[in-house]
Design a protein around this ligand. Structure first.
Ligand code: GLU
Length: 434
């Protein structure tokens, strides 16, 4: 390997950061970290019409959220026009480029493609790729509006920024021979190229809106954790060489090499992402989980301020095993915040309507009034005693209470739920039920 690896991510700010772009950024980042190199961020904002500041901002936000941090930059191509002009002039002086007059728009600078040349490059992911210069055509360097084209600005910047490896999507393979010719014309060595195969949806066609969400920010909003998406994206076209799938950032950095990137398209599998997310959810600290859950709860109108923080921390901690993505926390815990419980029809018929259930609920209600302390321990003793005295299985006592308190038949441990709700609420809800 070269002395110091220098790689870059060069987004065009014409929209959100897409899954594909995020993967490209990630692979560059991983190569930089693996080889203790430098990761550069460069904004390719020379398309005056389509580039927006808002896109730039949201791309940065998504990168930062994923923990893909850059060592150098951001550079903005729109601020480097004098540099491209200087090199355009040089190529004009050397007669490698000419002015081309467009009566309507003004004059553009066009590079004259040398004829009869074969251009070959050894892609690090694919085999050797060959092109005939005769089929490439001349290259516009500077448009009549004075802005450089992508191919020109990209080559000048990659050359001046001493980029050693260009890692980008397969869709740029057709640009590469043009860029190589420009490096030659400028008397600069070409960097190494690594073109990553595209990402496809489950039907085998290129990943697009049709397949569902495609931007990083959408996954963030749905409640995927950055570490889950980071892990998932790393596997979208790369594998460490064995079956390991769950890897933290450091392990991925340690094991990631371009040589192991696959030369076949990767398939976006949402189930796998969700599975990874459930895994990472189990390992988030209680405090972080709480902070992550709050926006979902408040957006759903839950009365968060009506409860001590410690209670809500406990509540979401309880339910973390039952959700796969953070946005599901609302549905799972809404019973806790509601004044009026919405009972599932079936649950109610099965566990509340029978006379026996009503008796159980009444006894629990009365029993609770006599408890000195209202906690998991005392509640367990009480419920077990009632079950025994009525000659019932424990579940026959627990289920009616569960339905009365949460409206559903599924919840984590019933004692915990009762303690969390507190004596007053538990009694209110049982009474309401009766
Ligand atoms: N701005 C180009 C893009 O977003 C960069 C391509 C490249 O990495 O050279 O597709």
């Amino acid at each position: 390997m070269i002395d110091k690896v220098r790689v870059r991510f060069a987004p065009s700010p014409t929209g959100y950061l897409h899954i594909g772009g995020a993967r490209t950024a990630l692979y560059n980042y991983l190569v930089a970290k693996h080889y203790q190199g430098v990761f550069i961020l460069r904004v390719e904002d020379t398309d005056q019409v389509r580039s927006t500041e808002e896109s730039t901002k949201s791309i940065f936000e998504s990168l930062q959220w994923l923990g893909i941090t850059w060592d150098e930059g951001p550079y903005y191509q729109s601020e480097r026009r004098h540099i491209y002009n200087e090199y355009a002039k040089k190529l004009l002086d050397e007669k490698k480029a000419v002015y081309q007059e467009d009566p309507a728009k003004g004059k553009a600078v066009v590079f004259k493609m040398p004829t009869g040349k074969q251009i070959v490059f050894n892609d690090l992911i694919h085999e050797a790729i060959k092109f005939e210069s005769d089929l490439l055509g001349d290259i516009v360097l500077v448009k009549s509006d004075g802005f450089p084209t992508y191919n020109f600005a990209c080559v000048i910047d990659d050359a001046l920024m001493n980029i050693t490896h260009i890692i980008r999507g397969d869709d740029h393979i057709s640009n590469t021979p043009k860029q190589i010719v420009l490096y030659e014309a400028l008397g600069r060595p070409s960097p190494q190229f690594a073109h990553i195969p595209l990402i496809m949806g489950e039907d085998g066609s290129r990943l697009s809106k049709r397949h569902g969400h495609t931007s990083v920010s959408e996954y963030r909003e749905l409640g995927y954790l950055p570490e889950a998406l980071f892990n998932f994206l790393s596997l979208l076209g790369w594998s460490p060489g064995d079956d390991t799938e769950i890897m933290d950032r450091d392990e991925i950095i340690k094991r990631f090499t371009i040589e192991r990137v696959k030369d076949k398209p990767a398939q976006f599998n949402i189930k796998k992402l969700t599975w990874l997310n459930s895994h990472y959810l189990k390992h988030v600290s209680r405090e972080r989980l709480y902070k992550l859950a709050i926006p979902y709860l408040s957006q759903a109108g839950c009365n968060i301020s009506g409860f001590p923080e410690e209670k809500i921390i406990k509540l979401v901690d309880f339910y973390r095993e039952r959700i796969r993505i953070l946005s599901e926390i609302t549905e799972a815990t809404k019973f806790f915040f509601e004044d009026k419980i919405i009972y599932q029809m079936e649950a109610r018929q099965k566990f509340i309507e029978p006379q026996e259930s009503k008796e159980v609920l009444q006894e629990v209600y009365d029993g609770i009034s006599t408890l000195q302390e209202f906690n998991e321990g005392s509640l367990e003793t009480l419920l077990r005693r009632i079950a025994e005295s009525k000659n019932l299985k424990f579940q026959d006592v627990a289920q009616p209470i569960r339905v009365a308190l949460t409206g559903t038949t599924v919840s984590p441990g019933i004692f915990e739920v009762m303690e969390l709700l507190g004596r007053q609420k538990v009694q209110e809800r049982i009474k309401q039920m009766l």
